[in-house]
Design a protein around this ligand. Structure first.
Ligand code: CA
Length: 224
């Protein structure tokens, strides 16, 4: 799934992102409400994870703004304030669930699975662009009857490209979304994984799906 995490504490945000990326999710991290609104305007997320205490806006206000702008993705509110009143306020603002800090990451993952299940469209865990389909449960890319196995990283990378079909993504955007804040990553790792993915997609006769945009980055296009 593609998740938006809005958390202003850098360590906490990175930790949440790493945990989610390890579960094969694609994660965008926003440190404040303004950047969260900008990201949500350009991307359709599957789940929103919002900290209540943000530097520029209360997480509840951010959620109201997102809902007012037509963002319908289910939302999980994170808060240091675990009281019943706060929980009710969160649910009133349009949150689907509420989790008090500190929380166990296993509980965070369980809550995300639960709200995603409750709100899942009929396509379930399948992501498709043209006739290329990603199967999240089996970790394969498929065209018709043929399929290729993908590593976790290849899967996350291809999912990110597919969810942003037609948009040019810079190496930095790809690094942030797919590798997060891992310390020992070089930017040419993106080019390396593009070559891995092209090789695997070539087995599906889709080796030309990932286009290089010279001097910028990469894009996935299904049209000619
Ligand atoms: Ca905070």
């Amino acid at each position: 799934m593609h998740l938006l995490v809005v958390e202003d504490e850098p360590k906490m945000g990175e930790l949440v992102r790493r945990v989610l990326v390890a579960e094969h999710h694609v994660v965008d991290l926003a440190p404040d409400a303004v950047s969260a609104l900008a990201l949500a305007a350009g991307t359709e997320y599957d789940v929103l994870i919002l900290d209540r205490g943000l530097p520029d806006l209360d997480g509840l206000e951010l959620l109201r703004l997102l809902r007012a702008r037509g963002v319908t993705a289910p939302a999980l509110m994170l808060t240091a304030l675990g009281s019943v009143e706060h929980r009710v306020a969160g649910l009133d603002a349009g949150a689907d669930d509420y989790l008090a800090k500190p929380f166990a990451f296993s509980e965070l993952l369980a809550r995300i699975r639960a709200i995603a299940r409750r709100t899942a469209p009929v396509t379930g865990s399948r992501l498709a662009v043209g006739d290329l389909e990603l199967d999240e449960e089996r970790h394969v890319a498929r065209v018709g009857e043929r399929s290729v196995d993908l590593s976790a990283r290849e899967f996350a990378f291809l999912a990110y490209l597919m969810r942003n079909e037609g948009h040019v993504l810079t190496r930095q955007q790809i690094l942030d979304a797919v590798w997060g804040a891992e310390p020992d990553v070089y930017s040419n790792v993106v080019d390396l994984y593009v070559s891995y993915l092209r090789r695997k997609l070539a087995d599906l006769d889709r080796g030309d799906l990932i286009r290089t945009v010279r001097g910028v980055g990469y894009t996935l296009r299904t049209d000619a």
